[in-house]
Design a protein around this ligand. Structure first.
Ligand code: RBF
Length: 143
């Protein structure tokens, strides 16, 4: 299977840890390194278009979107989270393709770090497992 990972460049300390977790988990489950394609976007708001451009290539079994929007640090929190969650939902339906919401929406940077390889694990790993599960489900149901 082949996966795309789209990574937001805001809060890179966290998004890089999420990306590394996602990529390593895909590879742990047998995906080849050459079959994991990464592209960056400037911020989480751009994840929707980044994922759509990947979906248009028709070469991936799933797309993982990674971003971090910290509630306590931006008044734009609701606008960005609403836009990207709705945008990613729409892509799932438009392309009939797993497009995974790997976006953390914590109150503080510490809560983000706790979920990016800290005390609460790495949500990038979970995003990768979700992508694999949904890609397998799609293959089974479309076979
Ligand atoms: N992008 C993020 O991924 N996380 C953020 O916490 C975040 N905060 C932002 C706060 C403000 C005030 C603005 C203007 C943008 C922020 N962005 C953030 C960037 C946003 O996702 C997008 O890249 C820009 O709004 C350009 O479309």
């Amino acid at each position: 299977m082949r996966f795309a990972i789209v990574v937001s460049e805001w809060n890179t300390e966290v998004t890089e840890a999420l990306y590394n977790g996602a990529k390593e988990t895909l590879m742990k489950f047998g995906v080849k390194e050459d079959d994991v394609v990464r592209r960056n976007v400037p911020g989480s708001f751009e994840l929707t278009l980044g994922a759509q451009l990947m979906a248009e290539r028709k070469e991936f079994d799933g797309i993982i979107c990674i971003g971090v929007v910290i509630q306590g640090e931006t008044k734009h929190f609701d606008f960005i989270c609403d836009a990207v969650s709705q945008g990613i939902t729409n892509l799932n339906i438009k392309y009939n393709l797993p497009v995974i919401f790997g976006v953390l929406t914590p109150n503080t940077m510490q809560q983000a770090l706790d979920r990016a390889g800290g005390v609460h694990g790495n949500k990038g790993d979970e995003a990768a497992i979700t992508a694999i599960k949904m890609a397998v489900l799609k293959k089974e149901l479309e076979a």
